[in-house]
Ligand binder design. Structure first.
Ligand SMILES: *Cc1c(COP(=O)(O)O)cnc(C)c1O
Length: 357
């Protein structure tokens, strides 16, 4: 069976060597040595000044909303994973959807300003498939209207835009290190902010609000990463170059084999060093997508409809029509992509798709 993704399993010898350090100290969580070591490595690798590891990629979004004290309406994208929208609702704010641009699949900045009201407090957008939003336009809109900006950068490990880490844009960027992501810690994530005060506030929030063992800064939650997760992260981190190389290779093979088809693609924004996180293809109709999916599954391939449904159709939000996101959601399919995918497997997948087209 070939799934949409396959978690990269690092060398168990290396994993055990790292984890043994935690065992030797009998220190399994609460900011142990491994979490701190991984944070340092990631800050260096990603080129960011402040980064805190968390236990998943959803809590940092909620913590960012909390720390920025957002209220009322938050402008957001309907084309993302459900965690982007659910975090807004969970924090007691109202998501206001703005449609995406049909080339990049990211929120359309030209439509943002029309949706701003006196209740709008922020923009929460996703760099979908690791493709940067139009960060410069969003930055200008936010400044003009006194709004905060959070980027759900769950797909962006290692992505650079205009020569610097995509995590350096906006007030806060969050990432996910879930087992299905390029770099992973089983479950995990982080938040990044260059604002020292804000970062410190989020840091308190992620550890129950503790300021020392007996004093409290304020309200908090438990979003700490454990040493088990960090050991996995350190072991995977050592293999990042191979992971990226194998994914790039797989994407190039897909591109070549699907070159002559009329499948639609998203455009990687100019100025981006992309990370080959997903391989989405756009069918001309949902009917054709379903047919392709059926045949792929019969042959043991399990692509996923990332992202379906369009989030403006969730049962707990106010529905407003988003024609582009709804249309793309119905027609986009992410083909299997991982560090293990072989050329003959890609060939089998593309043969099935070509036959259906
Ligand atoms: C994976 C993902 C998340 C959630 O991350 P978890 O680590 O699973 O909590 C949030 N947003 C997007 C866009 C994602 O793809």
């Amino acid at each position: 069976m070939i799934n949409v993704t396959k978690s990269h399993i690092p060398s168990m010898k290396v994993f055990n060597r790292y984890f043994q350090k935690a065992i030797d100290k009998n220190w399994i969580t609460n900011r142990g040595e491994l979490v701190k070591e991984l944070e340092e490595k990631l800050k260096n690798y990603l080129g960011v000044s402040q980064l805190t590891l968390t236990t998943n990629g959803t809590l940092p979004i909620q913590i960012a909303i909390k720390a920025l004290e957002l209220r009322g309406e938050i402008i957001t994208t309907p084309f993302s994973y459900v965690a982007t929208t659910s975090s807004i609702v969970w924090e007691g704010c109202t998501p206001v959807f703005v449609d995406i641009d049909p080339l990049h699949f990211t929120i359309d900045p030209e439509l943002i300003e029309d949706s701003i009201t006196d209740k709008t407090s922020a923009i929460l957008a996703t760099h979908v498939y690791g493709n940067p939003c139009d960060v410069d336009a969003i930055d200008q809109i936010a400044k003009r209207n006194n709004l905060k900006v959070i980027y759900d950068s769950a797909h962006c490990f290692g992505v650079n835009y205009m020569g610097k880490s995509i995590f350096t844009y906006g007030d806060v960027s969050t990432c996910s290190f879930h087992a299905t992501k390029i770099f992973h810690t089983g479950e995990g994530g982080c938040f990044v902010s260059s604002d020292e005060q804000l970062h410190q506030k989020m840091f308190y929030h992620h550890n129950f609000g503790h300021d020392g063992t007996e004093a409290f800064f304020g309200l908090g939650i438990n979003a700490k990463m454990s040493e088990l997760q960090a050991a996995m992260g350190l072991a995977v981190f050592d293999e990042i170059p191979q992971i990226l190389e194998r994914r790039r290779n797989a994407v190039e093979i897909y591109d070549k084999l699907l070159e002559s088809t009329d499948l639609g693609r998203f455009h990687v924004r100019e100025g981006t060093d992309w990370n080959y996180h997903y391989y989405p293809v756009l069918f001309s109709s949902e009917e054709l997508l379903l047919k392709a999916m059926k045949h792929l599954k019969l042959n043991g391939n399990h692509p996923r409809r990332y992202y379906y449904p369009s989030l403006n159709t969730l049962p707990y939000v106010n529905y407003k029509e988003m024609p582009i996101s709804e249309s793309i959601s119905k027609r986009v399919l992410c083909l299997p992509l991982s560090s293990y995918l072989k050329e003959d497997q890609i060939k089998a997948i593309t043969d099935i798709i070509c036959e259906i087209l």
